[in-house]
Design a protein around this ligand. Structure first.
Ligand code: NAP
Length: 310
């Protein structure tokens, strides 16, 4: 029987593990299939306090893990939670076919990449369509070739800027005529001579299914309805995220987008189940806010367990 199980190994999960470990609750953290979470798909993180020169996303996550484990957090790598029974305490989780019980649960499952859902996108994934410039940008298939980045947020600007190291030109396709990205990221992208913004436009199809690789995208101008084909070797989709909360549907209250509702602090509608990070936050979605929420969930869990044992 565990006292605390944490699902998810992003900033929220590791911070919850650090705090619950220091509270001597001997937490078990289940990493999920993407240890370190989405931050491991970014390059330099420049906005995490304490790192004036910036810090590599993967490095930051490994440091968090090391710190939590130093205080006694247990890690279960690569495991997937297949089912949860939160109808009675202790809660039961099915992990890799095995059942384990816990007195309390912290959900820190983060978010995954949003898809365009156009013809060719899924079929040509890994054949030119990707969701992570830092993971795939340096691949030979993109070197000295034109590529497109879809989106207008910080991710799209960051990815476009990064891709200028490898691609001959980077088309930044955005559905409006102003970027959502923060000023500093937007200016950095738009001032780069290799980045060519394509405003008011949507990708309606990724080409070419017959050739089995990306050769271009079909674009539609949303103001004029004009359509054209833009030749490119890669499509980097950076249009935001969807919370990883399917496992809890029908049990834990969430909004229409699947983000888990927080009641007071990090409490969910099920007593003893707490939530932290991007799976419950569609507003801030920062490494530092996720870490703060992980800390809050750990403190709430500690208080909850303290009250149970009184
Ligand atoms: P985001 O801020 O939600 O931006 C998503 C972008 O994709 C928006 O421009 C949106 O258009 C567009 N979009 C959404 N759905 C679309 C669709 N179906 N088709 C076409 N375009 C679509 O997401 P994000 O850029 O991933 O950023 C998420 C959070 O992480 C933000 O808080 C951001 O500041 C942070 N972040 C920080 C850094 C950094 O500081 N290093 C790097 C990356 C991300 P509209 O603008 O029209 O809505």
């Amino acid at each position: 029987m565990e006292k605390v199980v944490i699902i998810g190994s992003g900033c929220a999960g590791w911070t919850a593990a650090l705090y619950t470990a220091r509270a001597q609750l001997n937490p078990l953290l289940i990493t999920g299939v993407m240890p370190g979470g989405l931050l491991t798909t970014t390059s330099i993180v420049e906005n995490f306090p304490g790192f004036p020169e910036g810090v590599d996303g993967t490095d930051l996550m490994m440091r968090m893990q090391k710190q939590a484990e130093h205080f006694g957090a247990k890690t279960r790598f690569g495991s997937v939670v297949e089912a949860v029974d939160l109808s009675k305490r202790p809660f039961t989780l099915t992990v890799d076919g095995e059942k384990l019980q816990t007195q309390c649960l912290i959900i820190a499952t983060g978010a995954g990449h949003k898809h365009l859902d156009v013809v060719g996108e899924h079929e040509l994934e890994k054949k030119g369509v990707t969701y992570c410039a830092t993971c795939d940008g340096a691949l030979p298939m993109f070197r000295n070739q034109p590529v497109v980045v879809v989106g207008g947020g910080d991710s799209a600007c960051e990815e476009a800027t990064y891709l200028t190291r490898f691609a001959s030109e980077v088309y930044l396709i955005h559905r409006r005529d102003t970027l959502r990205a923060s000023k500093v990221m937007a200016e950095r992208a738009l001032s780069n001579p290799k980045i060519k913004p394509v405003w008011d436009s949507a990708v309606t199809e990724v080409l070419d299914l017959q050739q089995g690789k990306v050769t271009g995208v079909k674009l539609k101008n949303l103001k004029t309805n004009a359509e054209r084909v833009l030749p490119c070797a890669g499509v980097f989709v950076a249009i935001g995220h969807v919370p990883n909360t399917q496992l809890f549907k029908g049990v834990i209250d969430m909004n229409e987008g699947g983000y888990i509702h927080r009641k007071q602090g990090s409490e969910t509608n099920v007593q003893g189940v707490f939530v932290a990070g991007d799976c419950s936050d569609h507003v801030y979605r920062q490494a530092i806010t996720a870490a703060g929420m992980g800390c809050a969930a750990a403190i709430d869990a500690e208080r909850y367990l303290g009250n149970l044992n009184q």
